[in-house]
Design a protein around this ligand. Structure first.
Ligand SMILES: Cc1cc2nc3c(=O)[nH]c(=O)nc-3n(C[C@H](O)[C@H](O)[C@H](O)COP(=O)(O)O)c2cc1C
Length: 163
């Protein structure tokens, strides 16, 4: 099956915080990678149907909160749609971007959006990393393999590849 094949690609699990002038939100993401050393840049793939997308598009900033291997509960919490997900979790605005930062994770980065393009059914966002900190040097990161059953992606893959 295509989903079984694609899950062999390794990813972490992150809580992506977004904000604009009037709203904040956060969602779980795994499709994130570093794409440049200097300047330090990352790419994030986001479904434009998520509530977080319009906030990210408007605010042009996001945070990356790196989950620990025992933080599956946070991956579940932020992996669901909802308008009040941040209300039950401790967070603060990032120093530079004001995007939500969770203090209990392994590390966080703050990012400023440079480009976004359509990428199939997602938007591919590139962003400069403008701040960040390691919060716990001893913890191990949560891997997508341990959380992939939560994202409903099994049903989203096509039966076969498009050539
Ligand atoms: C483990 C896991 C990984 C996910 N990875 C992504 C991702 O990389 N990109 C994305 O757009 N959604 C991803 N999702 C789905 C969103 O987290 C989910 O649809 C969420 O409800 C969106 O929240 P929002 O509508 O409040 O923005 C993932 C979900 C889980 C549980």
């Amino acid at each position: 099956m295509i989903s079984t094949l694609l899950r062999q690609l390794t990813h972490g699990v992150y809580v992506i915080g977004v904000c604009d002038e009037s709203s904040v939100n956060a969602f779980t993401a795994s499709w994130l990678m570093q794409v440049s050393f200097n300047p330090v840049m990352v790419a994030l793939s986001i479904n434009p149907q998520h509530r977080s997308w319009s906030i990210l598009e408007q605010g042009k900033v996001f945070s990356i909160n790196v989950l620990k291997d025992d933080q599956l509960d946070l991956a579940i919490h932020f992996g669901l749609p909802g308008t009040a997900k941040l209300e039950s979790v401790d967070w603060r605005p990032g120093e530079v971007s004001k995007a939500p930062v969770l203090e209990t994770t392994i590390a966080y980065c703050e990012c400023v959006v440079e480009t976004h393009i359509e990428s199939g059914d997602h938007r591919l966002v590139t962003a400069r990393v403008v701040n960040g900190k390691v919060l716990d040097e001893t913890a191990s990161p949560l891997l997508y393999q341990s959380a992939a059953h939560l994202d409903g992606s099994h049903a989203l893959f096509p039966e076969k590849f498009e050539r």
